[in-house]
Write a protein that binds this ligand. Structure first.
Ligand code: IMP
Length: 201
């Protein structure tokens, strides 16, 4: 399958710039949904796979181009896996600073019963080709870590200032460079699988 131009089905600048950066070496022209004035697709499914497929299929239909959608989220053990697939809606008015304060407060409550601060990020990428109603392929990536007791760092986006990956050196994702995060992140891993399948050879 040869892909020369790819639409990223997201209006989340953080996601789009990470994906764009990671696809740079492969010579594919990357355009975002925002740059093409494509609408935000409502996430009506209850799984990462379902929402990623929904977004990829819809925007590929509207753009007439191959489309890659990312549905991702943070799953916190002591909160029973929440916010999970609802991570984007967890922050009041999509204000992630407030969202992180909310998460710290909820976790402090939950920790009275269960002291775990374990969490993981999930990323599910769906590729859809124009004229199809199902995704052509799905690629998943995960990263395990801990929720820090306070926010640290200003890189990245979303919950990055609170997430300390187990494979790191104690810094949050927001304290790492893009390259450091991409090497071990859920999105970096899912995208690695996508690249291997689509751009290998
Ligand atoms: P959605 O995939 O558009 O539903 O949104 C995913 C949400 O999960 C984002 O808005 C963030 O809150 C969170 N999220 C996903 N990936 C990351 C990441 O790499 N860093 C920080 N937060 C993330």
């Amino acid at each position: 399958m040869e892909i020369k131009k790819l639409v990223i089905a997201s209006h989340n600048q953080g996601k789009v710039s990470e994906i764009r950066e990671m696809l740079k070496p492969y010579g594919v022209e990357v355009v975002s949904a925002g740059e093409l004035n494509l609408p935000d697709v409502e996430e009506t499914e209850t799984t990462f796979e379902g929402n990623a497929t929904l977004k990829a299929v819809e925007l590929s239909k509207l753009s007439g181009l191959p489309c890659l959608a990312d549905d991702s989220g943070l799953c916190v053990d002591a909160l029973g896996g929440r916010p999970g697939v609802y991570s984007a809606r967890y922050a009041p008015n999509r204000d992630f600073d407030k969202g992180m304060d909310k998460l710290l407060a909820e976790l402090a409550d939950a920790n009275l019963k269960n002291p775990s601060r374990k969490a993981h990020f999930v990323c599910c990428l769906a590729l859809a080709l124009p004229g199809t109603t199902e995704s052509a392929a799905l690629f998943k990536g995960f990263v395990d870590g801990q929720i820090a007791t306070e926010k640290a760092g200003s890189n990245g986006f979303g919950f990055d200032p609170l997430f300390v990956p187990d494979e790191g050196d104690g810094r949050t994702f927001a304290q790492m460079s893009h390259e450091e995060k991409d090497k071990i992140s859920h999105r970096g891993r899912a995208l690695g699988r996508f690249v291997k399948e689509i751009f290998a050879n």
